[in-house]
Design a protein around this ligand. Sequence first.
Ligand SMILES: C[S@@+](CC[C@H](N)C(=O)[O-])C[C@H]1O[C@@H](n2cnc3c(N)ncnc32)[C@H](O)[C@@H]1O
Length: 245
Amino acid sequence: MSYANSRIPSSAQVGIHEHLERCVARHVASPFRKPHAAYSVDALDQALAGWDGRAGLILDAGCGVAHSTIQIAREHPEAWVIGVDQSADRLARRKPYPEALLPRNMVLVRADLVDFWRLLVERGVRLRKHFILYPNPWPKIGHLGRRWHAHPVFPFVPRLGGELEMRTNWRVYAEEFALALGMLTGREVPWQSFEPGAPLTPFERKYRDSGQALYRVHLALGDAALDGAAEAVHASAGTQRESHR
Ligand SMILES: C[S@@+](CC[C@H](N)C(=O)[O-])C[C@H]1O[C@@H](n2cnc3c(N)ncnc32)[C@H](O)[C@@H]1O
């Protein structure tokens, strides 16, 4: 694929997946208990080793080559910024930034977010900001379970608090993410299209330069742990789909 010729995910699915609400409700009813991979536990220790325990924490989840992590760390010198990706190769490709020029208030770690998010919750960590930028969309109808909002780990995500921001170039992903987040929080969660100014990530730059519409979901979760997610799901089931039409 040439650079500025990136395609919007093509899918037979043009609206919210018919099984999404059932899927999210199931994940809330039976909490995810898969054992953590050892490397993710080590990664969490590594990620928190340089944190003074007081600075606000910012997580760049699925940071890829970490250009966004670097920009976020520069914009928030008072915060401790953690970039997480499962791909050692992408993390190593953080060109054109040599080690010596990286901001001191950030760390990049290789971990599986399926473990990392749960480990943060288990350690009682709360975030100030949480970015999930251009996650793999998995646009095939049969791949619903691979999208973050339909994954059993998703109920842990809002429990980390802070300001959560997800960006995508697939409108359906934004709609679904907002719906699932709304079910977990019992709140009205908007999604909107936006124009990126200076692109935060390579994917954002590529999509913008290809003339694509971009979408985001932003929610200020605050500090509160959302242990009442089950009640929120029961209260909101069936009403969320209406409110997003
Ligand atoms: C489409 S790329 C976007 C990268 C970056 N945020 C950007 O916008 O340029 C999605 C990233 O999520 C990472 N990823 C996917 N599943 C993951 C998981 N379970 N744990 C950690 N990272 C994951 C991939 O390795 C990849 O770098």
